[in-house]
Design a protein around this ligand. Structure first.
Ligand SMILES: Cc1cc2nc3c(=O)[nH]c(=O)nc-3n(C[C@H](O)[C@H](O)[C@H](O)COP(=O)(O)OP(=O)(O)OC[C@H]3O[C@@H](n4cnc5c(N)ncnc54)[C@H](O)[C@@H]3O)c2cc1C
Length: 350
């Protein structure tokens, strides 16, 4: 079986990359093991234009957010499911410094920050005393539906292989890749956190971290906003909410922990006035790196191996944009943003 491209991994990166390459008329085979607890499968899907304690604009957000909105809407047409909606963030200031940082940014970054119209009404649901800021517009992407719907589409086109890919069985030459009875011109690695053991890219400066999530029922909480105070409460499917998620750097395994569950319950006790019921608890690793910029492009030594990874905490917005940039680079030799281009690591990849 011959394909133009093998795409290794069908998280949000592999999903968008396979879409854009197919759109260019290329044949792809996506290899993904169907692992249940991956970053993409448990991500809340928030696209937030501001970041950090200093509430500054997220890197390249003025290009990346409109691109992402359009990309999810295009995929909606492909799989006939609503994938993206506007859902603004209400940030409950937890300290005077955070309140001041928000208010300080209001005049200069007022494009995304504002004071919410009916702050008092939130007193029915939450305990707070230092006020609330609103970030608008923010978007919420349904990554689970995206992956599920696109996977079905790939399977229909016989473009999906649900197995664990083993590098020991891959023969890589300058002309292409052979894997069992499959040959392709290139393999593009979209393995997320498992990319740390990819033999071609393992020297990249990965700095994975673990995130945990509680899925809860909160029957009386309005579903038109995302609520944030240390924890983030995000409307999830049906009548559920997604609550997460810390960045854990020291961990011995990727399973959910009792410590996270207890800590979250204690935080909710202080903050949320409404009754809730926990229905699920998940954990996964984020494919973060020390530079906080994606890894995009073709290996400087091995022309038949490429990468789209390193999406860190922001894959839901970064992946569509850089999947397209990589596709355009592969098709038309257009440049990749130098801050994302894998060739910035040429020295350590040689
Ligand atoms: C708790 C949590 C919450 C998050 N919330 C958000 C958010 O709100 N907004 C946001 O933008 N980002 C968020 N993120 C980050 C986001 O999820 C990631 O940046 C993004 O999902 C990375 O996608 P990816 O496709 O690069 O990797 P992954 O999602 O890890 O996908 C990689 C895929 O490759 C497969 N794979 C790997 N190796 C092999 C192999 N050898 N054989 C077969 N298959 C293989 C894996 O099984 C997996 O399906 C969150 C992450 C976590 C953990």
């Amino acid at each position: 079986m011959y394909f133009d491209y093998i795409i290794l991994g069908q998280g949000v990166s592999g999903t968008f990359l396979s879409y854009y390459l197919q759109k260019e008329g290329k044949t792809v085979l996506v290899i993904d093991d169907g692992e249940k607890y991956t970053a993409s499968r448990i991500a809340s899907g928030v696209i937030n234009p501001v970041t950090g304690r200093r509430v500054v604009e997220t890197w390249m957000i003025n290009d990346i957010m409109p691109f992402a909105l359009n990309a999810y809407q295009e995929l909606e047409q492909q799989i006939n499911v609503t994938l993206i909606q506007q859902c603004n963030i209400l940030s409950f200031h937890s300290s005077l410094q955070m309140k001041q940082a928000f208010e300080h940014r209001l005049p200069e970054a007022n494009k995304y920050l504002k004071i919410p119209a009916h702050e008092e009404a939130l007193q029915d649901y939450f305990n707070f005393s230092l006020g609330v800021g609103e970030t608008s517009p923010c978007y919420l992407a349904d990554i689970q539906q995206l992956i599920l719907g696109w996977r079905k589409k790939l399977a229909e086109k016989e473009a999906l292989l649900e197995v664990k890919f083993d590098w020991k069985d891959a023969l890589i030459t300058n002309e292409g890749i052979r894997y069992h009875d499959i040959t392709a011109k290139k393999i593009i690695c979209c393995e997320g956190a498992l990319g740390v053991s990819n033999p071609y890219f393992r020297s990249l400066p990965y700095a994975k971290n673990k995130g945990e999530v509680l899925i809860v029922e909160i029957p009386d909480l309005p579903r038109k906003n995302i609520y944030k105070q240390g924890l983030t409460i995000v409307p999830w499917k049906e009548n559920l909410f997604w609550i997460g998620s810390p960045y854990e750097w020291n961990y011995s395994d990727t399973r959910p922990t009792a410590a996270f569950k207890i800590k979250t319950q204690l935080q909710l006790q202080q903050w949320l006035k409404l009754p809730y019921r926990i229905v699920d608890h998940w954990a996964a690793e984020r494919p973060a790196n020390t530079e906080r910029r994606p890894f995009v492009g073709v290996h400087p030594l091995h022309a038949s191996v490429g990468i789209l990874n390193g999406m860190g905490t922001k894959g839901c917005s970064l992946a569509p944009y850089f999947a397209n940039e990589l596709t355009q680079s592969l098709m038309n030799h257009t440049p990749i943003n130098p801050l994302a281009d894998i060739r910035r690591f040429s020295k350590i990849l040689m």
